[in-house]
Write a protein that binds this ligand. Structure first.
Ligand code: PLP
Length: 401
């Protein structure tokens, strides 16, 4: 680790920066900036061309593809570069269902998702049901810890199902989902279906090749891993029928047209390699910092609940509900003190929506109103945690007062 958030100080006069919003986006790693730099300058060719500039760009894309494939347990031809996690999720859901609807020529088919998927999956499922003839969307709930209800999943699976989509880990509360059970159940009860996982959050902490073994489609996003925003990938297992969403030049073996974002692909691969190298040590280091933060706040602040069971949560996630506090007000107050956190899912306008994840877990609206996500990552230091422990109790007391 070369820099900490404490070093990435705000301009003079501003409070020190304590960045605890890594699940929203991570600081870009130094090695990623370095690896991407040539593609913003010297290497500018179109990767589909036929001269030396083009060849250099194409080589970079193909090297990145090899690296991403290796790290995700795929072969290079299965990796489709996208503009991030949202596009990868949209392509998986609408691409598979588009192909299924055509194959079944208007006959009934079902997409089964968990109730706590990211909007990139849920909205794509809703759009598929609204636009494609014969497509239905079934949502399977979670238990009070935020873990998928496998019994309900079993009940939802039958021969009509074309797609099952369950995230590797949730972005709000951080719960890791029982993916291998999802794959086993799907193969047994809906043998014609393919399985997709949104591994956008999970990839920062888990070995996706292992955790998503047997899954047909896997989405990842670079900016959750110390890579650039606007770069991601979808693994599409060989033989999976998928209709493209973006049409044009036939890039990515006809699965996603458009001139490649060469720097983005290189940035994604470099970030994923960095995560893989430090994964085990970082899970222990950051997990201990997270425990210190969660236990410290639970001790220091009355009427706080931890949304999920820490044993089944990613090491960087700490989701707490502060009773009697409005989460938006708390985020603003903490921001004034230089502590950056998040209050559940924010839409493009920045407005906070009620959390469908907490609702699915059965958290009463009164408690969910005060929910805050602290998320730690590769630049988080003990000083960041101590600063949050010094600032948060006082801010909560002020709002309650
Ligand atoms: N899926 C999950 C679980 C996420 O947390 C996010 C981002 O917050 C996305 C998908 C969307 O990824 P991107 O920001 O790369 O579009």
């Amino acid at each position: 680790m070369d820099r900490t958030d404490t070093d990435r100080r705000a301009p003079a006069g501003d409070p020190p920066l304590t960045y605890l919003d890594h699940a929203a986006s991570t600081p870009v790693r130094d090695e990623v900036v370095e690896a991407m730099a040539p593609f913003a300058a010297q290497v500018f060719g179109h990767p589909s061309g036929h001269h030396r500039q083009a060849r250099a760009a194409r080589q970079a894309v193909e090297d990145a593809r090899d690296q991403v494939a290796g790290l995700l347990g795929a072969v290079p031809g299965e990796v489709v570069f996208t503009s991030g996690g949202t596009e990868a999720d949209n392509l998986a859901v609408l691409g598979v269902l588009g192909a299924a609807a055509r194959r079944r020529s208007g006959g009934e088919t079902v997409v089964v998702s968990s109730a706590i998927e990211h909007a990139a999956v849920l909205e794509a499922c809703r759009a598929a049901a609204a636009r494609l003839p014969g497509v239905e969307h079934a949502r399977v709930g979670v238990d009070t810890r935020g873990v998928l209800d496998l019994e309900r999943l079993g009940e939802a699976l039958d021969a009509r199902v074309s797609l099952v989509t369950v995230m590797l880990a949730n972005n709000e509360v951080g719960t890791v989902q029982p993916l291998s059970d999802v794959v086993t159940l799907t193969r047994r009860l809906a043998p014609g279906a393919v399985v997709h996982t949104d591994a956008v959050q999970g990839a920062a902490w888990l070995d996706v090749a292992l955790a998503a073994r047997g899954v047909d489609l896997v989405s990842v996003s670079a900016h959750k891993l110390g890579g650039p925003k606007g770069a991601g990938a979808l693994v599409v297992r060989e033989g999976t029928e998928l209709e493209p969403l973006v049409l044009g030049g036939g890039q990515e073996r006809e699965r996603r047209a458009g001139t490649h974002d060469v720097a983005g692909a290189v940035g994604l691969a470099t970030a994923m390699a960095a995560v893989a190298k430090e994964r085990d040590a970082e899970a222990v280091r950051v997990g201990a910092l997270r425990d210190r933060l969660a236990d410290g706040l639970l001790d220091a602040v009355p009427s706080v609940t931890e949304a999920a069971d820490r044993k089944s949560v990613l090491p960087g996630l700490c989701h707490l509900c502060f009773e009697g506090v409005d989460r938006e007000e708390l985020v603003v107050l903490l921001d004034e003190a230089g502590v950056c956190v998040s209050a559940g899912a924010a839409c493009a306008s920045g407005a906070l929506e009620p959390s469908h994840v907490l609702a699915a877990m059965g958290v009463p609206a009164r408690i969910a109103r005060g929910s805050i996500r602290f998320s730690l990552g590769h630049t988080t230091s003990p000083a960041d945690v101590e600063r949050a422990l010094a600032v948060v109790p006082e801010a909560v007391a002020r709002l309650r007062g």
